[in-house]
Design a protein around this ligand. Structure first.
Ligand code: ADP
Ligand code: MG
Length: 557
């Protein structure tokens, strides 16, 4: 047709569509979940737009999502009365992958079905899952606020191109028609579709309407209320997991969740999740925190650092405040007392949740620590008000177990301290292997004194942040300051031995000092070593040698 315009998919989309057909086939029903999830997002966004423009009363039609099918035409239809899309928005949102990191994402696809399904969901490319079951997809959409004649029709067979043309749609919103592939007729069945919707989309806060089987009337298939506002006693683990999947796209179960209604000076509801694995982009500069802020159930925005501190950026979920204005802006958020209060109290709640997990389910906590421990460690330097709570959550590798699993807490360490030992000893090193091979450990090994082995870059800031005593014990680097003094009788003998050795080797140390003039402060005889001849020690007030190396970007030999 003359008014149709052809477009090519972005190369990445074509690549993705090919990969997806294979990766998702055994999970093909999830196309419905993805389309419903988009419909629900579109409704959230429309509500928010109306609220923020204070047009709440205007066109106040109740939101709905409709799922239907046509046996003869072999189609499934998913429609919503959400925000819709303008022509430009269709081109931008459907046909390209707008998100950054697409290339890395595609590289990450492994051909392993489970792993890939995870990635696809997380990356937010759900719309394309329609092509797993459909040979042709027709999307008609009208942006709220634009006239009926400006509706758009998008059509594609998912093979590299799509067409765009004008359309009419009586109301704003989006309708998606899937022309099913040969062999997908089993989906043309009311009972089957209803059960898929119930299984994957029960938590959606908007009614999902389906025609009744006799063709007379229609009814909602889902519960259709904001999940977090429902009493805990009504909710099952599965409800929480489904909801988690809805907001994250992560197929795996969350490690743990926190659902609480907080009342006091400010009232708010929290539904937060800790994922069971780190998202692929956790360390990306533009990593997007996924805590959604709602005000009186209306979705307002995704947190960009106001709702939870950075070191808890792995937490995802919903915070629903009753105290903020609906037309809240980023600027208001930044200066809002309610937000400040929520932020402080939510962080405390998350730390408490983690503490309980560590106490009651150490295996799960070990998973948490492996995935997110490095991020949490930033909190030692970042969050002074919760330093004690964070300190209790830290886990390290140590000479006690000598495995690379970081499973030693300060409490464990202190419980194993030797008679007369009053300091917590640690060694900073560029890697675990370098730490275990370090000559600095020799004397400690001989005495049976445990040393924490800190080999992550962030550990430098951790020990820098832990200035106060932990249960009355100061942290002490084994590579800094005076030789260890364990306060036992052997030490008395040891001291004498050092004095004697110092005298005996006075010529040697003087010669070395001369050779190292301007490079070393001092050369001393020490009891730090048992088999190695010499080691480098930083003076106490100086920066640890390992950190100096890190800052120079050289790393230790
Ligand atoms: P995601 O939902 O993670 O953004 P999708 O591939 O599922 O990724 O959808 C891509 C984009 O297409 C959405 O972000 C949205 O802008 C647009 N979109 C999809 N479905 C709809 C819809 N029913 N109404 C309005 N916009 C939609
Ligand atoms: Mg989506």
């Amino acid at each position: 047709k003359a008014d149709q315009e052809r477009f090519g998919f972005q190369a990445e989309v074509t690549q993705l569509l090919n990969l997806m057909a294979n990766s998702l086939y055994s999970n093909k029903e999830i196309f419905l979940r993805e389309l419903i999830s988009n419909a629900s997002d579109a409704i959230d966004r429309l509500r928010f737009e109306r609220f923020s423009q204070q047009r709440a009363e205007e066109n106040a039609e109740k939101p709905w999502i409709r799922v239907g099918y046509d046996k003869d035409a072999k189609t499934i239809i998913v429609a919503d009365n959400g925000i819709g899309m303008s022509r430009d928005e269709v081109v931008k949102n459907i046909g390209t992958i707008a998100k950054s990191g697409t290339k890395e994402f595609l590289k990450g696809l492994s051909g392993d079905e489970r792993a890939d399904a995870n990635l696809i969901g997380e990356f937010g490319v759900g719309f394309y899952s329609a092509f797993v079951v459909a040979e042709r997809v027709v999307l008609t959409t009208r942006r709220a606020g634009l006239p009926a004649e400006e509706a758009v029709r998008w059509e594609s067979d998912g093979a590299g191109e799509f067409t765009l043309g004008p359309a009419e749609r009586a109301e704003p919103g989006t309708t998606i028609v899937l022309h099913l592939r040969e062999g997908e007729d089993d989906l043309l069945n009311g009972f089957r579709l209803r059960s898929i919707v119930q299984r994957y989309s029960d938590h959606i806060g908007v009614p999902i309407l389906m025609p009744s089987d006799d063709g007379e009337g229609e009814s909602a298939v889902n519960e259709a209320s904001a999940l977090w506002r429902r009493p805990k006693s009504e909710l099952t683990e599965k409800d929480y997991h489904d909801y988690y999947r809805h907001i994250t796209g992560d197929f795996s179960e969350p490690l743990i969740h926190l659902h609480a209604k907080v009342e006091g000076r400010y009232d708010y509801t929290l539904l937060l999740f800790v994922p069971s694995h780190a998202p692929y982009d956790l360390w990306a500069r533009e990593f997007r925190r996924k805590v959604r802020l709602h005000v009186q159930r209306v979705f307002i925005m995704e947190d960009d650092g106001q709702l939870l501190p950075d070191y808890l950026r792995f937490v995802t979920g919903i915070i629903d405040s009753s105290d903020l204005p609906l037309n809240v802006s980023r600027e208001i958020l930044q200066s809002s007392l309610a937000v400040e209060h929520i932020r402080a109290s939510a962080a405390k709640k998350v730390l408490k949740l983690l503490k309980d997990l560590a106490d009651k389910e150490p295996e799960k906590y070990a998973v948490f620590w492996k995935e997110f421990g490095t991020v949490l460690k930033e909190g030692v330097a970042e969050d002074y008000s919760n330093r004690e709570e964070i300190t209790e959550l830290l886990r390290f590798t140590s000479t006690h177990s000598s495995t690379e699993n970081a499973d030693v807490s300060f409490r464990d360490y202190i419980g194993r301290m030797k008679e007369g030992q009053d300091k917590i000893y640690y060694l900073l090193a560029p890697s675990f292997a370098a730490a275990t091979a370090s000559p600095h450990l020799e004397a400690f090994r001989e005495k049976g004194v445990e040393v924490l082995l800190l080999s992550e870059a962030v550990d430098n800031w951790v020990v820098g942040g832990l200035v106060q005593e932990i249960d009355g014990h100061r942290l002490q680097s084994v590579a800094q300051g005076a030789p260890p003094d364990f306060g036992d009788s052997e030490d008395e003998d040891g001291k004498k031995a050092i004095e004697e050795a110092t005298e005996a080797h006075a010529d040697l140390t003087a010669k070395l000092k001369e050779l190292l003039d301007g490079k070393a402060w001092d050369v001393r005889v020490t009891n730090r070593l048992t088999t190695s001849p010499a080691c480098i020690i930083a003076a106490e007030p100086d920066t640890d040698f390992n950190l100096v190396q890190r800052l120079r970007g050289t790393g230790l030999p």
